[in-house]
Design a protein around this ligand. Sequence first.
Ligand code: SF4
Length: 325
Amino acid sequence: MIYNFRNIFIASVEIIIMRDTPISVKCRCGGRAVIYRRFDGQALCKEHFLRGVERRVKQLIRKEKLLEDGDKIAVGLSGGKDSTLTLYMLNEIVKKSRKYSLSAIAVDEGIKGYRKGTIKHARKLCRELNVDLHVATFKDEFGKTMDQIVKSKDARACTYCGVLRRYLMNKTARKLGATKVAIGHNMDDEVQSIMANYIRGDMLRAVRLGAKAYVVKDAKFIPRIKPLREIPEKETALYCMLKGFDTSFGECPYAHESFRWSVRDIVNGLEDKYPGTKYSILRTFDRLLPKIRKEFLNKKIRKCESCGEPTSKEVCKVCLLRRSL
Ligand code: SF4
């Protein structure tokens, strides 16, 4: 059976928005509300909603100093709603300033029936915005597609994919001379990461979270920034719908197998019952982060004995996975 994921996703977002937005609710300007936020009781019309998202993204960029003069920003572009919004927002900023430059990187893991479509959207968007797009593939770098890795290893796809994709993104950004990699992590993604690390007791990963996802300076690590970190997923989807962006709304076929997916279900269930849960998790974590970093940050960075990439162990995770392939 062939599903039209875009329509299914749009329908589900519309159902959520409609369920949360009683017809009688009006924006403060008197206009028809397109969203009613249960956690803060705010109803917003299209214009106020769009402006609000843009304002919050810019505020975060300023507050966390995500951009610095002379930055060459490479956006990790999957063609999905979050990375599309990230590229769009950063392009709006770069257009008005000579201080920054912008390009995009798409990593093709080789996932049949999924990635081809998203890369098509990424190419189209970059053409429209006049941004250079660089595509890096698992097949070229590791000799296998993600589908082949899953078949040969009988492994959980995300265990390999996450590590290899981050490595390839960093390597490509470095080749391009980028000084920052911007990724489309929204608030839901960040909250899921916080909870997943907490449940696993993985403090070494927890210290890497935050709007600037880098903590140890090394010439080979390109710092990663998350301009959408304070925007809930529902709002990134609504923004793209209202703007009419041609984005990919499909889910990766392996996503359901991941630990993150179970965490996502739990957090969404809590948010549904107790609106504001996600904000609360994020804010509490932000208050703890400086203390966690002080306690758990491993400032000693070594060179991988095999490939020379920075790592905290003798051999980096990418080399270990490469060997196992
Ligand atoms: Fe890779 Fe897992 Fe994300 Fe799919 S869900 S793209 S396999 S990390």
